[in-house]
Design a protein around this ligand. Structure first.
Ligand code: ATP
Length: 512
């Protein structure tokens, strides 16, 4: 873990964002609990997603399907037969890895070499042209060729399910175990990622139930229920937020890869032949959704899939630069009519749409957008985490850690702080302000410690506004409003607070 990433994970614990699940029993790996500030941030992210999907689109409605589904669902979707990861064990460390991830990390090492060459060259030349450098520098060209060849071979082995070739690649590239450093590997085996459990009193295969590994299938099986009850015409979408479960082989990197996590998915049903148009539309729309929060454009990039899943005819990831590098945050997939057709076949129920314009029935194609809520949480926290040195009027410097979250996402919107704790007139006036504001947005009353320390506590959880109640408040009904990032303080009447703060934290500001 990088130093920054370690700091972020411990900050999350110290300030009540995320706790290790079952910590008193030494924790359960890759499962986490969200604390008081964490649940607020998570709910605000959900709100932003839900509003932008459901409220902003007349043709998208939501559902909330059950986690348990009929076991045939997972046969039809291909998860029983094909939802596998290739696993490999190191015989010396006894550690288990995903074979494809070991190869990807090897490619990343070569990419780092290229990046180093570029950084060096950038320093040397004022009018540095990165594109030209990439095309002409021998070492860079050679390394890029290597990466492209490995990527193509990996994609082929994955789509052919060729476990022997994955093993051969690990041996050829002389990839060592990150823990023991040894190259004594087992064979590569397929490992199904679905958790299963047993239904009531039905024993054996008959009663075998799965915990859903994605929320999408709850939408596919309800496709006609929703279409008929909402009278939607194609194109239309169904949105859902819910838990998903995957028995991940390696579950490192905090909440980036968990065994129980939440997804926010939207399946958009379109006329066959129009899927690429909608795929491009959602690719752009989803990136804009991220950028509307004010996060720098450089933090995001598209990454086309080399290895398409069995149901897809196009797929792209929106990657985010986490503290450990660019990784998938969201996927946009053109899923063809694979899912609806498979469910239709296995259930023998017609899952078609009657198009009044065409006067014909057809199975719609689907473009989906799928984002991990927890990954979005991690992206937002890592992007917001800032260590700052501040200088006061007398030139004295001090440090602060501040979470520069977009105000619409911040867990607490406003802290109400009486200047002194032991002056009853101040604490009473501050409680009055708290009571006035609490129905508008989440407020926190805090009277403990010096005012500077209280500001620091609010900065650390990303509270955009602090209201201080002092002796002038008792005289003229005004307070100081302090803004988190600019540290600007202005005086304003108590009666103006609700409107001023509401206007700055409103989701409306980011919805487009
Ligand atoms: P990865 O390649 O990282 O395993 P994936 O391609 O399997 O991800 P999808 O099946 O496309 O992921 O799932 C959609 C989204 O769900 C991902 O973009 C990611 O944000 C989230 N997600 C998937 N697996 C996990 C997990 N184990 N923990 C947290 N979020 C996850």
């Amino acid at each position: 873990m990088s130093d920054l990433f370690k700091k972020i994970t411990s900050h999350c614990k110290e300030y009540g964002f995320i706790f290790q699940s079952s910590e008193i029993y030494d924790g359960l790996s890759a499962t986490y609990d969200y604390g008081p500030n964490g649940v607020e941030l998570k709910n605000n992210i959900k709100d932003y997603w839900w509003h932008s999907m459901v409220k902003m689109h007349q043709n998208i409605t939501g559902i909330d399907a059950a986690i348990f589904m009929h076991p045939k669902t997972w046969k039809a979707s291909g998860h029983v037969d094909a939802f596998n990861d290739p696993l490999i064990d190191n015989k010396d460390s006894k550690k288990r890895y995903r074979a494809d991830v070991l190869i990807e990390e090897y490619m990343e090492k070569i990419e780092n070499k290229i990046n180093k060459e570029i950084t060096k060259a950038k320093k040397r030349f004022d009018d540095f042209d990165e594109k030209m450098f990439r095309e002409t520098n021998n070492r860079v060209v050679e390394n890029q060729k290597k990466i492209d060849a490995i990527a193509a071979r990996l994609a082929k082995a994955m789509s052919d399910g060729d476990m022997a070739d994955l093993k051969a690649q690990i041996e050829e590239y002389e990839i060592p175990c990150p823990v023991s450093g040894s190259r004594d590997w087992t064979e590569v085996r397929q490992f199904n990622l679905m958790f299963n459990t047993q239904l009531g009193n039905i024993a054996g295969e008959e009663g075998k139930l799965y915990l859903r590994p994605e929320t999408a299938q709850g939408i596919f099986v309800n496709f006609l229920n929703v279409q008929k009850t909402t009278r939607q015409k194609i194109p239309f979408g169904i949105a859902q937020i819910g838990k998903a479960f995957r028995n991940e082989i390696i579950a490192r990197q905090f909440i980036f890869r968990m065994r129980e996590f939440e997804q926010m998915e939207m399946q958009f049903f379109v006329k066959p032949g129009e899927e690429m148009k909608w795929y491009e539309y959602w690719k752009e729309t989803r990136l804009n959704w991220h950028l509307a929060l004010g996060t720098s454009k450089e933090k995001y990039r598209y990454h086309d899939h080399d290895n398409l899943a069995h149901y897809a005819n196009a797929a792209v990831d929106i990657q985010f630069e986490f503290p450990f590098g660019f990784r998938e945050l969201e996927g946009i997939h053109s899923r063809t009519d694979f899912d609806l057709k498979s469910h239709q076949e296995l259930s023998s129920k017609k899952l078609q749409y009657f198009d009044p314009q065409e006067n014909a029935n057809y199975t719609p194609y689907v473009v989906e957008t799928s984002i991990g809520l927890d990954r979005m949480f991690l992206a937002m926290i890592s992007n917001a985490y800032t260590e700052e040195t501040m200088t006061d009027d007398q030139g004295k410097t001090s440090e602060r850690i501040v979470l520069k979250l977009h105000p619409a996402l911040s867990p607490v919107k406003c802290a109400i702080l009486p200047l002194l704790k032991n002056k009853e007139e101040l604490t009473t006036a501050a409680m009055d302000v708290f009571n006035k504001l609490k129905s508008h947005f989440l407020c926190q009353y805090d009277e403990k410690d010096a005012i500077g320390r209280r500001y620091r506590r609010q900065d650390a959880i990303g509270t955009p506004f602090c209201v201080t109640i002092d002796f002038d408040t008792l005289e003229n009904g005004t307070v100081t409003l302090r803004e988190r990032d600019s540290l600007e303080q202005k005086r304003m009447p108590i009666d103006a607070l609700a409107q001023e703060i509401s206007s700055q934290i409103a989701l409306h500001n980011v919805l487009q």
